[in-house]
Design a protein around this ligand. Structure first.
Ligand SMILES: NC(=O)c1ccc[n+]([C@@H]2O[C@H](COP(=O)([O-])OP(=O)(O)OC[C@H]3O[C@@H](n4cnc5c(N)ncnc54)[C@H](O)[C@@H]3O)[C@@H](O)[C@H]2O)c1
Length: 289
């Protein structure tokens, strides 16, 4: 399929990532079929998208007069059959292999043969996911970063089976969204989490061993290394449970003890201190933060 033949994109899952991915496609002029399992999740996503578009209007990035046109490009659906009209698909359902297996299997049966399916998984093997479909050569990773409308990177991950045509198409499509795609091959954690998670883990060890407070660790990395956020502030933003899950994937997939999740991270998760979303992690947050 040529890039110009892509007019309609389906986004599977309207959660944190799905609503952001749908947002950037609609902003780039694509019709977007946004699919979730219940209407209330779609309503929540459309509410978030409306607020994020409004923020772009206030910042002067989008003309007020263009907003209704962008919103009119969305077709929120609970009925999976509606995705059959899509020319490209991005999957952003929860990070559980069984959920992805069910959703990808269903989508694979509904979509035209030439349609490429991209997954936004942060840690599951693209090669494994590709093999769950009847189109492994037209399967690829499109790893968007949170918050999607703001972050420029899309890590484009080639499964072992991905064809050159599907890879080139996905790289071009990411550019059409105004993003910068970076190509990597399939391996546990890809590049983003393989490099980021050991940094976060080491920062947690520094706190656990009493080397420094969370504030001091983050200050060193912000002021000394020019990181916009400290690693522990970022860990709280990502979710400490998500960090432990990804470290487990790295540990198991690469077999090197250097990826072992820091016991302090695991202890915080056991206590329900998951970061911003639970109002407590390495830092405390007001309930609405
Ligand atoms: N949150 C992040 O920072 C982040 C960053 C990069 C990648 N990811 C990846 O993106 C994916 C989605 O993560 P998220 O944080 O948006 O999760 P989320 O839980 O916020 O959203 C997932 C959505 O999928 C919906 N869903 C469940 N089953 C479905 C189905 N059968 N069909 C359609 N929708 C279904 C859920 O109702 C929910 O609304 C995961 O693979 C995750 O690893 C997340």
């Amino acid at each position: 399929m040529s890039i110009d033949a892509i007019k309609t994109v389906a986004v599977l899952g309207a959660g944190t990532m799905g609503n952001g991915i749908a947002h950037v496609f609609a902003r780039a002029g694509y019709d977007v079929i946004l699919r979730d399992v219940e209407q209330r999740y779609l309503d929540r996503a459309m509410d978030t998208i409306g607020k994020n578009l409004e923020r772009e209007v206030k910042k002067g990035k989008l003309a007020e007069s263009e907003k209704p046109g962008v919103l009119a490009r969305f077709k929120p659906v609970t009925n999976m059959a509606a995705i059959a009209a899509a020319d490209f698909v991005v999957e952003a359902v929860p990070e559980k292999l069984e959920i992805k297996r069910a959703v990808l299997g269903e989508a694979d049966k509904l979509l035209r043969a030439e349609v490429v399916i991209a997954s936004n998984t942060s840690s599951i093997s693209m090669t494994t996911l590709a093999a769950l479909t009847s189109r492994p050569d037209r399967f690829i990773g499109m790893h968007f970063m949170n918050p999607v409308p703001v972050m420029v990177l899309v890590e484009v991950i080639r499964a072992l089976q991905t064809s050159d045509a599907a890879f080139t198409l996905t790289m071009e499509l990411a550019k059409k969204l105004g993003k910068t795609p970076v190509a990597v091959n399939d391996a546990p954690g890809f590049v983003s989490n393989r490099v980021l998670m050991p940094l976060i883990n080491e920062a947690a060890y520094c706190v656990m061993e009493g080397v420094a407070t969370p504030e001091a660790v983050d200050a060193v990395m912000k002021l000394g290394m020019n990181h916009p956020m400290g690693p522990l502030e970022l860990a709280d933003f990502i979710g400490l449970d998500v960090c432990v899950d990804i470290l487990d994937v790295l540990h198991e997939g690469l077999g090197d003890p250097k990826y072992r999740a820091c016991p302090l991270l695991k202890k915080y998760v056991a206590a329900g201190w998951l970061g911003r979303k639970s109002a407590r992690g390495f830092y405390g947050y007001p309930p609405s933060a």
